[in-house]
Ligand binder design. Structure first.
Ligand SMILES: Cc1ncc(COP(=O)(O)O)c(C=O)c1O
Length: 406
């Protein structure tokens, strides 16, 4: 096959050139072609091995080649891939039950991605609010938030660089400052349909909400009969050392959105909701051809059953503590280390750019990312061990001293 030939010959250049020639130029990709994953490592076309502390942007929670994921793929791919949402399927029903019974939720809507999950959450909360009062349509969103790239989710995403080229976006959004109680009080009122917030902001630079802030949002949503939406697309499903990030804060939402890790690398999103939200919905309100197929839900259930385990979660907490301590011991141009569990941001001083440090790490065999305000993003597979932490933080330390231009 042609791609095998390309991989065998000097693949990096050939594949990079092909992608640059044929793909729409919406991404700035690093000049590496990954061809295989093994445990918590990635292998490129030239056989180089990289320790992966990005996990496909907080997706590959069980790393690569997890035997339970592979077995689930094998089993269900032979049974049934897709039939549409016009029919019932076994994996769909069982995953819905498992997620609801492990959370605050009574009902669930499946979709294919994080942005779609947020589209669903916004639509459902608007529908519920309209039934209370027709003018109750406003959505309150926060500075620095990231909720996705489709027109509705983009309308509640703060970064002007992502928004402005595509305006006008969905209307009715009111902005408040993240972690600012006075600003939230000002924005939320009788016309608020929903408040959407990440308990730990991801793309914005790995910034946890304060418990007081989330508690206030809960109280204001109760007072004004608005839906509180927690976007746990990045911080949910064990990433923070608890199954749901909001468990750290003692605040429960009306709606929670999930995606990234749920399929263990396959695309799936979910909108979890209370019965009160579901009561506003009826057949035909929302839908998706692919979401979620029996194939993807079968695999997601294998992923979920591994994460939803006390011993697994204790391990995430323990390794997360090591990761925190190791990052906090970094010397050099580090302004702040922030995060929870296995979700960390290292904000850098202005003397060095995060992109250069990320590139330097890659050259030294470590994959990390960047986010927000000149911040390194560290979201490894949840199955890393302590020696991986030592190795990764050592490479980050070297790269802070000798960054290379991206
Ligand atoms: C908190 C949050 N919400 C939504 C999204 C959008 O998810 P997707 O890229 O799957 O559409 C992301 C993606 O990074 C995210 O971090």
């Amino acid at each position: 096959m042609q791609h095998e030939r390309l991989i065998a010959s000097d693949a990096n250049e050939d594949i990079v050139a092909l992608e640059q020639r044929y793909l729409a130029p919406t991404y700035k990709r690093a000049p590496v072609v990954f061809v295989r994953g093994e445990g918590v490592h990635l292998i490129d076309a030239e056989g180089n091995k990289y320790l992966d502390f990005l996990a496909g942007i907080a997706v590959n929670v069980l790393g690569y080649n997890d035997p339970d994921i592979l077995a689930a793929i094998d089993t269900q791919s032979r049974r049934l891939l897709h039939v549409s949402n016009l029919f019932h399927t076994v994996p769909h029903a069982l995953l819905a039950r498992d997620l609801c019974e492990s959370s605050f939720a009574d009902r669930i809507f499946f979709c294919n991605s994080g942005t779609e999950a947020n589209e669903g959450a916004l639509k459902f909360s608007r529908k519920k609010a309209r039934a209370i009062q027709p003018e109750k349509t406003e959505i309150v969103a926060f500075s620095n938030a990231f909720h996705g790239r489709t027109m509705g989710a983009l309308a509640v995403t703060a970064n002007p660089r992502y928004r402005e080229p595509f305006e006008p976006l969905a209307g009715g959004v009111k902005w408040a400052a993240f972690n600012d109680e006075a600003s939230a009080r000002e924005a939320i009122g009788k016309n608020t349909a929903a408040v959407i917030v990440e308990p730990v902001q991801g793309e914005g630079g790995i910034i946890p909400a304060t418990p007081e802030f989330l508690r206030l949002l809960r109280a204001l949503c109760d007072k004004f009969q608005a839906a509180l939406i927690f976007d746990e697309v990045q911080c949910g499903l064990g990433r923070t050392g608890k199954l749901w990030a909001h468990e750290h804060f003692g605040v429960t939402p009306d709606i929670m959105t999930l995606a990234k890790p749920l399929g263990g690398g396959l695309p799936i999103g979910a909108v979890l909701m209370t019965q009160a939200v579901a009561d506003a919905l009826e057949a035909g309100d929302h839908g998706s051809t692919f979401a979620a197929s029996p194939f993807v839900t079968y695999v997601a259930r294998a992923v979920f059953s591994k994460i939803h385990d006390a011993e697994f979660m204790e391990n995430v907490q323990r390794t997360g503590q090591h990761l925190k301590a190791a990052l906090e011991s970094l010397t050099g141009p580090v302004a702040e280390v922030r995060g929870l569990g296995m979700m960390w941001g290292v904000r850098l001083e202005a003397s060095v750019t995060a992109a250069d440090v990320v590139a330097a790490c890659l050259k030294r065999g470590l994959v990390i990312g960047s986010a927000g305000d000149n911040t390194l993003r560290i979201v490894p597979p949840l199955v890393i061990e302590e020696h991986h932490v030592r190795e990764a933080v050592d490479v980050i330390g070297q790269s802070l001293k000798a960054p290379v231009p991206a």
